[in-house]
Each structure stands twice: as structure tokens, then as C-alpha cells.
Design a protein around this ligand. Structure first.
Ligand code: PMP
Length: 451
């Protein structure tokens, strides 16, 4: 079996030196460990990466849940190349370029009414900060400035900026940094509810967890609460699905109490669940939707927040020469990102990728659940083209079996992801049945080899 390279060999292939390995402070990575035995990707096409040592690695994760159209798609490549030659950058404040309007109109048309307005960002984290600020400013604009409290969930992942880690509930992402936003509460997560193990798709038990929101409303008084933010399906925390009826109940409670509902669809957006958005899958319409990742199929960084007409209209009052929202980024609506997104939407439409997950879901589900009898497997979860295999923790050991599985899987030419004791997968939406077989078959071999 081909293996990761010794440092000397990497230098030979890539021209990298020891110095420049050390200069890059890598994100969410054990830097010292990684740099002893680096994993370098140098090319990508369709379903595969090429590693520095020349192996074809099957991409079981669409990069980081983002390359939904697969890699190196000609149409997207050409659109970006053409755009950079034609208009490399345009100021985003008090100026614009035509593609930014064209893209917003096409995005709004993809979303159900009344989510008709699009605000651009450059990442999922920025989309989250934007949505939280919009929610606070919305209430202020309507004369309800007392609504400042934000509610998230335990084990929620909403990016890494201060608003996002405050409403988020990933302990490791918070505890290193001390102060968080004040006035934030958390509902419980819905992971590990008894009777939901090995559910196929949405689990049956746990709708009562939505009543956590009622308890927080009673505790604080609704007139203090601005917004609730949840991922329709929590990805980074280990693929946690909402119990049947749970999201609908959150919507009802928010409606009754004048609270905005934000769906963080950075992962679930753009076809991941077999529908264009989680909004469609769960038939629940929030007031704000955060997206990124699949918007450009990961090719150029870009995010977008979808706002309902109710939210947008609340800002479009007063004299029309005044700026409505004091927020934005130098790179909002970046021309390269807009060009990449427009071409990505073309590819999605031409190949019907935003609903392809629904056609593949059954095959994906049965393949994943065939791993049930492998050693250490304590749960398997799936929805659309997302899958998770949860492994039994090793008592008293910080080392996670799932991370060992990730390393072994990479040696065997498949890319998976891990978070805690869970292996997560989210392949490009172009994956074939035989590629699903390869991914799951290789993972089976890996699981059988774990101590
Ligand atoms: N929200 C959710 C639900 C996410 O899954 C992620 C990234 N995995 C983010 C926000 C942050 O996105 P980014 O890394 O692009 O800032």
C-alpha cells in the first residue's frame, strides 16, 4: 500500500523546504504532529484528489463539505479565468458589478418565498456574524431594541468568529478563548437520544427537545430574545439530525413570540440533503439562512445570507439616501466569487445536482448501514448525501479511534473526516454507486483493522 511520504521525498516532489513547512500555522490541525508526516494534495479532478506521492484519493468529504459539483469542473474553471482577466475587483460599497445582481436574483429564485434577499459574505463564519447582526438590527429598526438575547444549541457549530463561537456549542472551540458574547443561551443538542441509534434518516424520538426554547423564553421573557440559530442538520459536531417535527416546533415557538429563526445552512445548503436547501427538506421557512461552501462548490471563498422580505423591508424605511445596514466586507460580492457561483449554479442545474442526493440517498443509506456490524460501531446516521459512523470511545484515552480511522483511510486512498468519535462523510454530489461501494468498502476494511 502506498503511504505518506517521508519529509525528504516531499521536498523532492514539491520543492518544499523544512522552513516553509514550519512557517504555515495550520488551522484546526495538530501542527507539530502533521509536519512530521504531512499529507499534501496537489491536484483534483471530479471525485478524486491526487496526493503529492501520486496517489488517487477518493474524496468522501467534498473537501470540507463544499465541493458539491466535484473538482476541476471545466465550466467553473473557465468562468473564473475569464472573470479575473475581465474585471478582477470592484468596490462593494456604493458601487457594484452586474454579476452581483444576476447571482442574487438567481439565488433568490432557488429559495422559497419569502427568502428573497441576498447579502454576500466570504465564508460561513462571516455569514453567521452577518445574520446575527441583522437579527439584532432588525429588532432595533422596529423599535424593539430590548431584544438582544441570542439562543443557540449545545454542540452547534456556527464558525469561529466571536458571535459564532458564542451561539455555538462546541466546547473545544470556546474554552481556549475566555470571554464570549453576553446574553447568549443554549438549548440542548439532540445527539444520543435513547431509541434513535441506527435510525435511517430523521430519527423519531426527541421532538420535546424543542421545548427547551419555551423554557428559555419563560426564563428571560420573550421581549428580550432576538433570534434562535440552529443548523437544520448539525455537521461539524458529528452529524446530528433533528428529531421528527423538531424544526417545525421551533418555528411555531418563534412565531408565537416574535423571535427570528436563523437556519445555518452552510453545510446543508446547495443539495447536500437531496433538496436545494434544508429549508426545502424540512419544509420550514426561517427568517434568515446562512450559506457558503457549496455556493461556489468551494472554488472561490464566498458566503451568502438569505433574508426574508419581512427582515429586509424593516430596513428599507426612512430617507432613501441613508445607509440601511452598517455592515459589509471589502470582498463582498467579489467578482471572482460571483463568476464561480454563477457557473456553479449552471452546473448544478444542467446536471440536476441539487436534487441528485435524493436519488442516491437510498443507496448511500444502505451502504452505510451495512457497516453496522463492524467492530466498535455504536451508531450510524445518514440524510441525503451525509453519513456518520460513530465509534465507541476508548475509555480514559484522549486518542480517538475515529482519527486513527481517518489516518488509515487516507493510506488506503479515501478521504473521510472525523469529529470526536464520529467519522463523517459528505461526498461530492456527483458520486456514483460504484464510488459509494469503494468508499464504504474501504471504510469497512479500516474499521475492521482498528484496535
Ligand atoms: N456554519 C456551519 C454550519 C458550518 O458547518 C461551518 C463550517 N463547517 C461554518 C458555519 C463556518 O464556515 P467557514 O469555515 O466557511 O467560516
Amino acid at each position: 500500500e502506498a503511504n505518506t511520504l517521508a519529509r525528504g521525498e516531499i521536498e523532492q516532489i514539491t520543492g518544499l523546504t523544512t522552513n516553509n513547512l514550519d512557517a504555515y500555522w495550520m488551522p484546526f490541525t495538530a501542527n507539530r504532529q502533521f509536519k512530521k508526516d504531512p499529507r499534501l494534495l496537489v491536484k483534483a479532478k471530479d471525485m478524486h484528489y491526487t496526493s503529492a506521492d501520486g496517489r488517487q484519493i477518493l474524496d468522501g468529504t467534498a473537501g470540507l463539505w463544499c465541493c458539491n459539483a466535484g473538482h476541476g469542473r471545466q465550466k467553473i474553471v473557465e468562468a473564473v479565468q475569464q472573470q479575473v482577466a475581465e474585471l478582477d475587483y470592484a468596490p462593494a460599497f456604493q458601487m457594484a458589478h452586474p454579476k452581483s445582481f444576476e447571482l442574487a436574483a438567481r439565488l433568490a429564485a432557488l429559495m422559497p418565498d419569502p427568502l428573497n434577499h441576498v447579502f454576500y459574505t466570504n465564508s460561513g463564519s462571516e455569514s453567521v456574524e452577518t445574520a446575527l447582526k441583522m437579527a439584532l438590527a432588525y429588532h432595533k429598526a422596529r423599535g424593539e431594541g430590548s431584544r438582544t438575547r441570542l439562543i443557540g444549541r449545545e454542540r452547534g457549530y456556527h464558525g469561529v468568529n466571536f458571535g459564532g463561537i458564542s451561539v455555538g456549542g462546541m466546547v473545544a472551540n470556546r474554552k481556549q478563548f475566555g470571554a464570549m458574547l453576553a446574553g447568549v443561551d443554549h438549548m440542548r443538542h439532540t445527539h444520543g437520544i435513547a431509541g434513535n441509534e441506527f435510525s435511517k434518516g430523521v430519527p423519531k424520538n426527541g421532538i420535546e427537545y424543542a421545548e427547551d426554547l419555551m423554557r428559555l423564553i419563560q426564563l428571560h421573557d420573550p421581549s428580550t430574545i432576538a433570534a434562535v440559530i440552529v443548523e437544520p442538520v448539525a455537521g461539524s459536531a458529528g452529524v446530528i439530525l433533528p428529531p421528527e417535527g423538531y424544526l417545525k416546533r421551533l418555528r411555531e415557538i418563534c412565531d408565537e413570540h416574535g423571535i427570528l429563526l436563523i437556519f445555518d445552512e452552510v453545510i446543508t445548503g446547495f443539495g447536500r440533503l437531496g433538496t436545494p436547501f434544508g429549508v426545502d427538506y424540512f419544509d420550514v421557512i426561517p427568517d434568515l439562512v446562512t450559506t457558503a461552501k457549496g455556493l461556489t462548490s468551494g472554488v472561490v471563498p464566498m458566503g451568502a445570507v438569505f433574508a426574508s422580505s419581512k427582515v429586509y423591508d424593516a430596513f428599507m424605511t426612512g430617507p432613501d439616501h441613508l445607509i440601511e445596514l452598517f455592515h459589509g466586507y471589502t470582498y463582498s460580492a467579489h467578482p471572482l466569487a460571483c463568476a464561480a457561483a454563477l457557473a456553479t449554479l449552471d452546473v448544478y442545474a444542467e446536471e440536476e445536482l441539487l436534487t441528485r442526493g435524493a436519488k442516491m440517498a437510498e443507496y448511500w443509506q444502505e451502504a452505510l448501514h451495512s457497516l453496522r456490524d463492524c467492530p466498535h460501531v455504536i451508531d450510524i446516521r445518514n440524510i441525503g448525501l451525509i453519513g456518520a459512523v460513530e465509534l465507541e470511545p476508548i475509555a480514559g484515552e484522549p486518542t480517538k479511534r475515529a482519527f486513527t480511522a481517518f489516518l488509515k483511510a487516507y493510506e488506503k486512498n479515501i478521504l473521510i473526516r472525523t469529529t470526536g468519535d464520529t467519522i463523517a462523510m459528505s461526498p461530492p454530489l456527483i458520486i456514483s454507486e460504484s464510488e459509494i461501494d469503494t468508499l464504504v468498502g474501504t471504510l469497512r476494511d479500516v474499521l475492521k483493522s482498528l484496535d
